[in-house]
Design a protein around this ligand. Structure first.
Ligand code: TRP
Length: 364
């Protein structure tokens, strides 16, 4: 079977380091592993509109930001097809059929949608499009016959929903769709990177993100203002590394070569944590080290982004080309789907002759 990746992001803002460790970095590794026959990376503008119907400009403006971040991180348009969701009308068609295979009760149980509804204070006025976006996400994945979906942990309920739709569709209409597998980062700290304020999630509205491509000074300022263990008041005090954002970031980003280069007192993160836990290692030193680590990781991304920013029309060309290729792939799946559902009436010569025979009999 062909190995196919599909994944994507909503273009509601620039991508941040949480996106990077949670999924982007993995995508680039998978892309370069040579193990995949096709890779589709989607900018999910239509999904972004499900809770931004009144702010289409925000979505429109952020498409280029996401595309620049993708390319700056190392996604390569030769190896990965980058495209814009709304340019693939086949996805809407597929969703329309899938809607008949999913109950309202099932959608109401989706934990990600539940918490998003709370976050957006939607309780009494949930847009139907927003409520049904897990179905549309199932279309995104299955339209490309994706076998692997590298995403952050919060997307697990969407993958579950997708698998259910695939099983149901195949049971009702015959084997047509492919069940995808979710690929999570192996490193636990990368699953959900907290904001610099220690809140559970990085989010633009909370103002607690470090963006990819952000200036070095700005990154440093943010790292220096990060939350740590609130009870670690003096350097000699024993500190706590669990739930301490600075250490979660170090777990996500630091490698032994960073210690060699910037903090040779320790060989690795375990030694550093042990010192912090017993007391005697100040937050200032830890933050300085984290800043150095982040700068090492972000500098090449930032530099590539600055280069890419010099030719914006070329970026739109990449997306246009990708959207054309993606549309062809989705159209092939839709042909299979219509055939399986037997709604391909005009190609269905058996149906036409069967109906003709029926009427020949009744007339005769
Ligand atoms: N829901 C994803 C997000 O919020 C974006 C997305 C849309 C997606 N369709 C997808 C991710 C299909 C993976 C596969 O970022």
């Amino acid at each position: 079977m062909e190995q196919i990746i599909l994944t994507g992001d909503r273009p509601t803002g620039r991508l941040h380091v949480g996106h990077y460790v949670g999924s982007l970095k993995r995508r680039v590794e998978l892309q370069n592993s040579g193990k995949y026959d096709k890779i589709f990376i989607m900018i999910a503008d239509a999904q972004a509109l499900t809770d931004n119907a009144e702010h289409p400009e925000k979505v429109r403006q952020n498409i280029i930001e996401v595309a620049l971040d993708y390319l700056a991180c190392g996604l390569d348009p030769v190896k990965s097809t980058m495209f814009i969701q709304s340019q693939i009308p086949e996805l809407c068609e597929l969703s329309f059929y899938y809607m008949n295979l999913v109950t309202v009760a099932r959608l109401q149980r989706n934990p990600t949608v539940k918490s998003e509804i709370q976050m957006r204070n939607f309780e009494a006025s949930i847009p139907v499009g927003f409520f049904t976006y897990p179905i549309s996400q199932a279309s995104d994945i299955t339209a490309f016959k994706a076998t692997a979906v590298p995403v952050g942990e919060d997307q697990a309920p969407m993958l579950e929903q997708t698998k259910e739709i695939v099983r149901k569709f195949n049971a009702v209409y015959g084997d047509t769709l492919v069940e995808p597998e979710m690929l999570l980062p192996d490193n636990k700290a990368c699953l959900r990177l907290p904001g610099i304020d220690g809140k559970a999630k990085m989010s633009k509205s909370l103002g607690n993100c470090i963006y990819l491509g952000e200036d070095a000074d700005e990154v440093k300022k943010k790292v220096m203002s990060m939350f740590t263990d609130p009870n670690h008041l003096r350097v000699e005090d024993p500190g706590q590394v669990e739930d301490n954002p600075v250490f979660i970031y170090l777990d996500a980003f630091s490698r032994p070569e960073h210690f060699e280069r910037h903090f040779p007192d320790y060989q690795n993160i375990q030694e550093m944590k042990a010192h912090y836990t017993r007391g005697g290692l100040g937050d200032m030193k830890v933050k300085k080290f984290l800043n150095n680590v982040l700068q090492d990781e972000l500098e090449p991304i930032r530099n590539r982004r600055r280069e890419l920013e010099k030719d914006i029309p070329a970026i739109y060309d990449i997306l246009k080309e990708g959207s054309m290729r993606a549309r062809e792939a989705a159209a092939r799946t839709l042909d299979d789907v219509r055939r399986a559902m037997k709604i391909n009436y005009f190609e269905d010569m058996d149906l036409i002759s069967e109906q003709a025979k029926k009427y020949a009999r009744s007339c005769g």
